[in-house]
Design a protein around this ligand. Structure first.
Ligand SMILES: NC(=O)c1ccc[n+]([C@@H]2O[C@H](COP(=O)([O-])OP(=O)(O)OC[C@H]3O[C@@H](n4cnc5c(N)ncnc54)[C@H](O)[C@@H]3O)[C@@H](O)[C@H]2O)c1
Length: 378
């Protein structure tokens, strides 16, 4: 298959969909990979590394879209890219269709095959192409939290790990899923005293078994949260209720119970945030202060560490990309139920329930688009 990797053009997006290591793997399977000049620059990959791995570099985005059967990207196509997309072209990237009718209509009109990273799903309902970004954000939450706890950053002026003779900081993590677990590991590693709260007892049991002794678990409820926020220095919001807005576990009124300089890192901001006073911020201007409490609510945290994020993302996407390239999207989706769930918009039809529901569009059964014309004529 002919695969194209354009440079991301969305503002501040430094990731790239394929590393030179990924090019080598696809080449080993006999595929041709075209990469746009400078596509890897933001993540620290030089054109020479891609060439050495066997890629062919193309100077313009138009050429990449023009030649490729499968486009591998990171972010959803934006308006200047719409007209570059060809009918039946396979696009393998994050789409988040339900948040943009314009994008949905554009892809329907183009007749492209849109396989969305975010809806590729395992039988255990985990989302293998979202997990890596949650891992990055969870680990980063502590790094950022530690930074904003410093006095010049308006924090309490406390070192997470303390020093001999001085007690460490108290870290509260709301939600013990992927983000929460990674955050807890990092905070514990730095020597903080960590509490993870979740509503799932099995999850708390598991965390209690695997975490080091400076991590304790607690049931997430209003009483416990009110008790803990009075004594915590850093609070990480890492709650997720799939398909729903995050619940406001910390309300505006609760901020008054916190000590000035407490830092809130609401990673769940992309789902509305689990802290009432949270609103999305950017890497350029990541924090604001309300009632003396520092809020860090960057909606695309992994964007600040594009090298790590790119490698983490491509580690997860590559095995699927190889299947798509080896078999073609129809056969690959028939053979692999995870991939089949990634199909959102196919050749002018919406095949994913959540997207159809979001915009009141007709839903086509995904199985019907997996039959090839050849099979129909037999
Ligand atoms: N800001 C960013 O850059 C960024 C990056 C990655 C992920 N995220 C977001 O981080 C959030 C967490 O993602 P995840 O992958 O860890 O999800 P996850 O599903 O792995 O974990 C969520 C956890 O929240 C728990 N939970 C649900 N209700 C709760 C409550 N009332 N109190 C305490 N815990 C509760 C669940 O039991 C689950 O264990 C999501 O909103 C995700 O979109 C943000």
């Amino acid at each position: 298959m002919v695969i194209g990797v354009p440079k991301e053009i969305k503002n501040n997006e430094n990731r790239v969909a394929l590393t030179p290591a990924g090019v080598t793997e696809l080449r080993k399977h006999g595929h041709t990979v075209y990469v746009q000049v400078n596509a890897g620059e933001g993540s620290g990959f030089e054109d020479e590394e891609y060439i050495a791995a066997g890629a062919v570099m193309l100077p313009t985005i138009e050429e990449v879209y023009g030649i490729a059967e499968m486009i591998m990207k990171v972010k959803e196509p934006i308006a200047p890219e719409y007209d570059l997309i060809k009918e039946n072209q396979l696009l393998f990237t994050y789409f988040h269709f339900a948040s943009s009718e314009e994008l949905t209509q554009a892809m329907l009109a183009k007749g492209a095959v849109c396989l969305a990273y975010e809806t590729v799903e395992r039988p255990d309902r985990s989302l293998p192409l979202l997990v890596p970004m949650s891992e990055v954000a969870g680990r980063m939450a502590i790094q950022e939290g530690a930074k904003y706890l410093e006095k010049p950053m308006k924090g309490r002026g406390i070192l997470l790990g303390g020093v001999p003779g001085v007690k460490p900081a108290n870290v509260l993590i709301l939600g013990g899923g992927i983000v929460g677990t990674q955050a807890a590991k990092m905070a514990a590693g730095l020597g903080a005293h960590v509490t993870i709260m979740d509503v799932s007892l099995p999850r708390l049991r598991y965390l209690s078994d695997i975490m080091p002794p400076n991590v304790q678990t607690m049931m997430s409820n209003e009483y416990n949260i009110r008790e803990m926020i009075k004594v915590c220095d850093l609070i990480v919001g890492a709650v997720l209720i799939p398909g729903a807005k995050a619940p406001h576990l910390i309300t505006r009124e609760m901020l008054k119970q916190m000590r000035p300089g407490t830092v809130l890192v609401d990673v769940a901001v992309d789902q509305g945030g689990c802290i009432e006073t949270c609103h999305p911020t950017t890497h350029e201007n990541p924090t604001y202060v309300i009632d003396g409490v520092v809020h860090y609510c960057v909606a695309n945290m992994p964007g600040a560490v594009p090298y790590t994020s790119t490698v983490a993302l491509t580690n997860a996407t590559l095995p699927y990309a190889i299947q798509l390239a080896n078999k073609g999207w129809q056969q690959a989706c028939r053979d692999n139920a995870d991939l089949k769930l990634g199909l959102n918009v196919v050749e002018g039809k919406v095949v994913y329930k959540g997207v159809a529901e979001a915009f009141g569009l007709p839903l086509t059964d995904v199985s019907s688009v997996l039959i090839t014309e050849e099979e129909l004529t037999h």
